[in-house]
Write a protein that binds this ligand. Structure first.
Ligand code: FAD
Length: 411
């Protein structure tokens, strides 16, 4: 099976990032989280330093100027960053993953020549991918092909110069308020999309005809999410990412996503657990540190068990996305392991943060301590990617042997 003996490079980068988190993220995260104003809250100075350390370009290949980290290494770094703050982890992890997907795999030579130099030169060049829309039925239906007529409503049509003209609204999009390049998923046909009819277009930001509004969330507040409104937004015909009618997630092997979100989620759980462990050694009740009371010890043990199980699942999925042949040759079951890890991690971390807050007693709800932040941050993971009910339905479909068009083993 897979090898858990981390390489010297993996151990070194983990230590480097841990140290960065202690020095640069921990001291500011809680205070920033409380600020209402986005421009004051957003941690640009930390992201700049992280970019200079190579964390923004971690997964981009070395040939193109990145570090060329594999999925397991990226998950290790993502977890460490999220122990400090999940919003910072989300911004860096997304840009790094999309940089690999786009620059290494999907862009043609002309696009790479046009966008890569700016991306590499600018520490504040972040990336986003915009699919979700406020009022769109994506048509996913248990044990059924997509509902007829469902699909994205955002459209792009070519004008007489060959430019794309985009109209529509996207929302909730991670990093939209700060991204300088966004892959926008649109419908290019005249009919509402059949499945597979989604096209990805590269939209630089700012662009005439595109306005972006920041969403105010309860958690992951040092990251950013936004709504994009396209009103006759024009981009060159050459900004098609990949093929028309094939969104960039539909490209083989791109759909079997590495468990980046789960690694972030795990980082929150670990931060809460480590804080609770430390507090339990300090807080005295009944004449002894509360960790010596069995009920507190058992609660901590339960947290450690849950987090270790989550990490094992995450590392397995990360390793498998680095070694897709493990699905093909039957070493791994033909199950959607990433979705399984998503459901388990989001629910287990939700429990861990609540249990950790309990160990703090009244202090667990005081804003001067980060426990309440961890609870809010963890909640985000029950509401993003797909909801856990839909994720469970996808697992159930796989168990029943129901295969959707275009899906692969392990998806
Ligand atoms: C913090 C955050 C970041 C995000 N980042 C991005 C991003 O970068 N890019 C992007 O494109 N999107 C992004 N999203 C969107 C995210 O993918 C969706 O919010 C998520 O998939 C849920 O979709 P929804 O909000 O439309 O909920 P809905 O699909 O409307 O779900 C509402 C309820 O109905 C249930 N339900 C829905 N469909 C079914 C069904 N077929 N069968 C049974 N029950 C069903 C759900 O379980 C849920 O309880 C982000 C969302 C959040 C919260």
């Amino acid at each position: 099976m897979y090898n858990l003996h981390l390489t010297p490079e993996q151990r070194e980068i983990r230590e480097t990032v841990r140290d960065f988190v202690q020095r640069e993220i921990r001291p500011i995260a809680l205070e920033r989280d409380r600020l209402e104003n986005f421009d004051e809250r957003f941690p640009w100075e930390v992201l700049d330093k992280a970019s200079q350390m190579g964390l923004r370009t971690l997964a981009l290949s070395e040939e193109l100027g990145g570090t060329g980290a594999d999925n397991l290494t990226s998950c290790i770094v993502t977890e460490e960053l999220a122990v400090g703050d999940v919003g910072i982890s989300a911004t860096l992890g997304q840009t790094s993953a999309l940089a690999h997907a786009w620059f290494d795999r999907l862009m043609n030579a002309e696009q790479r020549a046009r966008f890569l130099p700016q991306f590499l030169a600018d520490d504040r060049f972040h990336l986003a991918t915009a699919g979700h829309e406020p009022d769109t039925d994506l048509g996913w239906s248990y044990h059924r092909p997509p509902a007829p007529g469902a699909g994205y409503k955002t459209t792009a049509v070519r004008d007489s110069n060959g430019d794309w003209v985009i109209n529509g609204v996207k929302n909730f999009i991670t990093s939209a308020p700060i991204a300088k390049l966004i892959a926008v998923h649109v419908r290019t046909g005249t009919k509402k999309s059949e499945t597979g009819g989604v096209t990805s277009l590269l939209v630089p930001h700012p662009a005439p005809g595109l306005t972006i509004r920041e969403h105010d969330k309860v958690g992951r507040r040092l990251g950013s999410n936004g709504e994009l409104v396209f009103q006759d937004c024009r981009v060159p015909g050459a900004n098609l990412l990949g093929e028309e009618g094939k969104s960039h997630w539909a490209v083989p092997n791109m759909g079997r996503r590495m468990p980046r979100f789960q690694a972030m989620n795990l980082g929150i759980g670990r931060a809460a657990y480590e804080a609770a462990l430390e507090y339990a050694k300090l807080r005295v009740q009944g004449g002894r540190p509360i960790i010596e009371h069995q009920s507190v010890g058992l609660a901590l043990a339960e947290m450690a068990i849950r987090l270790e199980m989550a990490r094992n699942m995450i590392w397995q999925v990360a390793w498998a996305s680095d070694h897709p042949q493990a699905y093909a040759d039957g070493s791994l079951p033909d199950l959607p392991l990433q979705i399984i890890a998503k459901v388990f991690t989001s629910e287990t971390v939700q429990q861990v943060v609540l249990d950790a807050a309990q160990i703090f007693g009244g202090m667990g709800v005081m804003r001067e301590l980060p426990m309440q932040k961890y609870v809010r941050d963890a909640l985000i993971f029950l509401h993003s990617e797909s909801t856990n009910s839909v994720a469970r339905l996808k697992i159930a479909e796989a168990l029943a042997g129901y295969r959707r068009a275009g899906s692969m083993a392990g998806e």
